[in-house]
Every structure is written in structure tokens, then in C-alpha cells.
Design a protein around this ligand. Sequence first.
Ligand code: MN
Ligand code: MN
Length: 295
Amino acid sequence: MSDLFWISRAGMHELAHLHFADAEASYADAAYVMFGVPYDGTTSFRPGARFGPRAIREASFNFESYDPSTGLDLYEIPFTDLGDLGVMKVPEELVGQVEDVAGEIAGDGKVPVMLGGEHTVTIGAVRAIRPDVYIVCDAHLDLRDELDGTPYSHGCVTRRILDLGVDDVIIIGARSGDREQFEVAEAMTRLYTADTVRERGIGAILDEILEEIVGRSVYLSIDADAIDCCLTPGLGTPEPFGMTPLDIREVVRTLAPHASGFDYTEVAPFDAGQTATVAAQVVREFIARHWTAAR
Ligand code: MN
Ligand code: MN
């Protein structure tokens, strides 16, 4: 396995799914450390997010190294890809695994960039980072206290993060949840629904958020289903009338410089590749924008 990994790094792109394109740095040199979590053990509707990391990595080889919006070649940025976690089945154990890995990366002064997997993986990363502000783009509120017998379901992610005592939770793009979840959202979070994004425009919303996060640490999580399922249908829990890929890119371009951790989750790649392709490009945007701002 380690030989294959090394060979793929030497440029045999048929093995490209083993690492993200242009992730050429060693761990020691890397400022950004990517890892995949191929887990969909609590999926409530359509399984498949376990194949997300591989699909996102494959899609990453479609792109030019050059990013014209920052003027950087991606390989100039020190980032590495550790590959995929060998995941536990039990969701609370899986969350603990992610917490350990993300904690080690952050403890080494590097920014974790996680590829899901279903959204449950985010709980572990946020536990490790302990940000002041958690910002998530998601069709769903994910504010259930429990779903299908577990408090670590992908439908409970934002609720578990509230439990951690993060100062502020900001949800962008939501359009699905039961009455109780909307009540919790009203009381405990800042909610910009998908309709609000459409009415006000993502730029105005981001201006408002930027004012609030000055000097505070941020974790940014993208659930792929924030985007309208008619545009990116490779999703376990698809919802129409959502955000656009351009909205998500704008969120990431704007907030990446402030983020100390990032993930892209819930890509279940049984479409024609749209969902993983958007994810791969957005991950590149995160790294390029964060690096540009940090220099
Ligand atoms: Mn979610
Ligand atoms: Mn969702």
C-alpha cells in the first residue's frame, strides 16, 4: 500500500484517487493537511458518501494547476494529502478518530482540510479545533437531538456542535428541518435560509458575517447538499431550491482566510461527476485563498 501511494505521487494518474492533485508537500512542510473519511454509517436516505473522498480526488486531476484568480499554481502551495482514514463503524468511535487526526494536525500548527464522508465527520473535527464560530452551508438544519437511535447521526451535527459550547453557530442555505429544529435554530443560531440567500444575495450576507468574525477563530463546513440538487445531484439527502455552486465558491473565497479548519462533506458520487467536481474546485479555492491571505 505504501508503495502504491508513493508511485501515485510520482505521477501515475491512474492511481490518482489515492491523493489530491498537486498535493506535493511532505507532512513536515505542509501548511494544509487533507484527509478523507469514507464513512456513511448513519445515512438516513441514500448511502454513498463513503465514496466521496475518492471521487473528489479523481475530479481534482481534471483541473489545471494554475488558479487564475490568485495567480498561484496549486503545487506552489505546501499541502499534503494523508489519504483516507480506516474508519470505525460505530459513529461515536468514528467521531473520536476524526477528533484525534484533526487534533494532531492542528497541534502541529497546520490547517486540516477534511473530505467526507457524511456530515457526522464534522463533529470530530470541530471538537478538535474548538473554534469561536462554526459556519456551515447545508440544506438541513442538522439540529435533531437524535436520529435513528444515535446522537451522532448526520442529522444531528449542528446540535452536537452547539453542545460543545461554540460561541456562535451560523447556518447558510438551509431549507429543511422539522418545526422543533427551526425553533432551536431561531433560539440558538444565526440562520440564513436558502430563500434569504436568494433574496439578499450571498455578498450582503457575507459582509454581515465578516463584521462579526473579526479576530475570532472560525471552522467552515460545507455539506454538499447546500447546493440545489438539480445542479449537483450526487447527494444522500437531496433538496431542491438551494444555493448555487457560485454561492458556495463565494462563501469559501470570503471566509477561507479566517478559517482554522475546513471540510467538504456529503458527496455521494452516483451522478455524472458534477457534485465531486464542484467539491474538488471548492477545496482548491479554500487552500489558495487561505494561503494568499496568510502571506
Ligand atoms: Mn448536514
Ligand atoms: Mn444536508
